[in-house]
Design a protein around this ligand. Structure first.
Ligand code: H91
Length: 651
């Protein structure tokens, strides 16, 4: 990897490990040098993007126009000859999907808190003329305050004639797709989004999908019939709301406008969902402008002018991140980099050291585990190798860093990088750039008059809606259920104080009666219970290469499952034994298993990590799981399968 691809990025950000992959992109954690704020950096390789380049353009243009408390914020776009970097709001809580499966399902109250935020985000983007078209729990992230942020606008549409124009492109994830969409009919984007929200609400409250099947054609038939199971724990109010959203006839489906004041959503709130932006781009925060103008030695007027160009350059990023820092109650201060501005005498090291000190109070507390290194870790290199992506070497980076002696001194020159990105070929998206004076900070009427017009027939995007997609199994009775039901002879006893509050990793459920177990055994929450059994029965075994270092010490998090076991090697051995049986390829690095599955044609269908770790409060062994690529529900079933097989072999 040539350093110059990262040169511009590394002027402003420190780059840490990969935190996920999204289709054609890799997402890394970063730190904005001037504010010390954490950011997520979506990295795309232009060459590998190919036909997906318009999708990236769509996403960037949409995100530039969107500023809302429940929409992930875009801060900065950097385009180099080979790469596109999108610097985004960092959401330490990860995907809503993982949160749901860690809890099996959410209570009605918690589902309502989240669903109000989803309705708020969707009503706002509709008010701005966009339909999202890929609403699902994987595209909702949880921020540091446990609030949801909508991501992935690559499939969104902004019909030229407004929200009520018909669209034709069939896109999104099959299980969330509206009946009219899979039938290839012209559809209205906002109506299709409401259907997906119905599927989403069902997933929140049930922990599984209303329409699901291994066979995509069977799945489509189920969607078109619109019949789904109503589990007994759903209240009459939620059953009614679901039925209003999951209406096969889009004309009979509830509208966002009516959703805002739906009795189910008002319960306990007594006020409709607030959909308008609480952070409009039009208003400039005086403290932030002052700090920036002092830093760059500009007048406040000049600084305000530079900011309001909204070029999504370093000025935009610094302003928005400073504002975010202020909102978190932190001082509105930029890192003073006087050492760095001195020609070549002052060491870059000094600045780095200072930055590190300044960043000491950053939010590591929110992270599921401590991000150890400010440089590329071994782990990172390893991961990249695993993916066949050439990593930037430590040597190159250090050399490059040392050369950046003017890193923080450059005045903010608005870069028009985004203009280099080719025009989208997506006919359903007009040039979505709103006139500056009509930015999203105005509160437009959310529902513009209807002007119906049939869209131009375009080829359904089969790349996205995958009719032939391989699925592993859709057996609703999770394999973990067997384990849980057979757990009366469980030897493990878990003291109440060992429970993880935030996730309700209710290890005590091993003692529940069978009726309760049946209810709670659907998804990942059951993972805890199953693993617990597996692990207590393991025989000690020597594993080569693991005596070296101990497992990492991680914090309790809902992606970390606690195991009632003191020996991490036993757990690692067992997982390593089972993975090949499940056709999972893995590379072991210390206590981390970097796993992947491949299709018959050698395409990587799934990538995830399982890491055996040590928790200190309580002092137990844990397993951190992280999906990096692949269908979320298939991943869930695969991990459950791996664990249930551990059990079968051990009995
Ligand atoms: N999925 C659809 O895995 C599979 C933590 C994490 C923290 C993030 C902030 C922004 C984005 C991702 C974050 C993230 C894709 C982000 C935003 C936009 C976008 C993309 C990502 C994954 C990709 C990694 C994500 C979660 C979703 C983590 N991720 N861990 N903050 O288009 Cl707008 Cl791809």
């Amino acid at each position: 990897m040539a350093v110059d691809n990262y040169e511009e990025l590394l002027k402003y950000y420190d780059l840490h490990e990969t935190i996920g992959t999204g289709g054609f992109a890799k997402v890394k954690l970063g730190t904005h040098l001037l504010t010390g704020e954490k950011v997520a950096i979506k990295i795309m390789d232009k060459e590998s993007l190919g036909d997906d380049l318009p999708r990236v353009k769509t996403e960037i243009e949409a995100m530039k126009n969107l500023s809302h408390q429940h929409v992930c914020r875009l801060y900065h776009v950097i385009e180099t000859p080979k790469k596109i970097f999108m610097v985004l709001e960092y959401c330490p809580g990860g995907e809503l999907f993982d949160y749901i499966i860690a809890k099996d399902r959410l209570t009605e109250e918690e589902a309502r808190v989240f669903f109000r935020q989803i309705v708020s985000a969707v009503a706002y983007i509709h008010s701005q003329g966009y339909a999202h078209r890929d609403l699902k729990p994987e595209n909702l992230l949880i921020d540091g305050d446990h609030n949801l942020k909508l991501i992935d606008f690559g499939l969104c549409a902004k019909p030229k004639g407004g929200m009520d124009y018909h669209l034709m492109t069939c896109c999104g994830s099959p299980a969330y797709a509206a009946p009219e969409l899979i039938q290839g009919k012209a559809y209205i984007g906002s109506e299709a989004d409401i259907w997906s929200m119905g599927v989403l609400m069902y997933a929140l409250m049930c922990g599984y999908l209303p329409f699901d099947d291994d066979n995509v054609m069977v799945l489509y038939k189920k969607i078109m019939r619109g019949k789904y199971e109503i589990p007994k724990w759903l209240s009459p109010g939620s059953v009614l709301l679901l039925s209003q959203m999951l209406q096969v006839d889009p004309k009979k489906r509830i509208s966002v406008k009516h959703l805002l004041r739906h009795p189910w959503l008002m319960q306990g709130y007594h006020c409709p969902v607030e959909w308008y932006s609480k952070c409009p781009l039009g208003y400039l925060d005086e403290d932030c402008v002052t700090e920036l103008s002092v830093y760059y030695k500009h007048s406040k007027e000049k600084m305000s002018h530079l900011i309001t160009e909204w070029n999504y350059d370093h000025t935009t990023a610094t302003y928005l991140l400073l504002q975010a820092k202020k909102a978190r109650g932190k001082p509105v201060r930029l890192v003073r980099a006087s050492a760095a501005v001195e020609p070549s005498g002052s060491s870059f090291k000094e600045l780095r050291a200072r930055n590190k000190l300044n960043f000491e109070d950053a939010d590591t507390a929110e992270l599921p585990y401590v991000f150890g290194s400010m440089e590329f870790s071994d782990d990172e290199m390893f991961y990249e190798d695993f993916n066949g992506i050439e990593p930037i070497s430590m040597k190159e980076r250090t050399k490059f860093r040392a050369e950046l002696n003017s890193v923080n001194s450059a005045p903010a020159t608005p870069l028009k990088q985004h203009t280099q990105i080719k025009q989208s070929e997506d006919k359903e998206n007009s040039d979505s750039k709103l006139p500056k004076s009509e930015g999203p900070f105005l509160h437009p009427a959310p529902w513009t008059p209807i002007t119906k017009k049939k869209g131009v027939l375009t080829t359904p995007n089969n790349n996205i809606l995958m009719p032939g997609k391989e699925k592993m199994s859709t057996n609703k009775d999770s394999p973990m259920k067997k384990i849980v039901q057979a757990s009366s002879d469980m030897t493990a006893t878990i003291s109440p104080e060992r429970r993880c509050r935030s996730v309700d990793l209710d290890l005590n459920q091993v003692h529940l009666d069978s009726a309760q177990k049946k209810k709670g055994a659907k998804v990942f929450g059951s993972l805890e219970r199953g693993l617990d059994r597996v692990i207590t029965m393991l025989t000690p075994n020597k594993r080569k290469g693991c005596a070296r270092d101990g497992p990492r010490k991680l914090r309790a998090h809902y992606n970390v499952t606690m195991i009632n076991l003191l020996n991490p090697d036993q757990l690692l051995n067992e997982i390593v034994r089972v993975l090949p049986q499940k056709n999972v390829d893995y590379v072991q690095k210390g206590y981390t298993l970097k796993c992947k599955t491949q299709s018959d044609f050698g395409k990587v269908t799934m990538q995830f990590e399982l890491e055996v770790c040590q928790l200190n409060k309580p002092d137990v062994v844990g397993i951190r799981r992280q999906r990096l690529k692949g269908d979320a529900w298939v991943y869930k079933r695969l991990v459950e399968d791996i664990l249930s097989s551990c059990k079968v072999t051990m009995v």
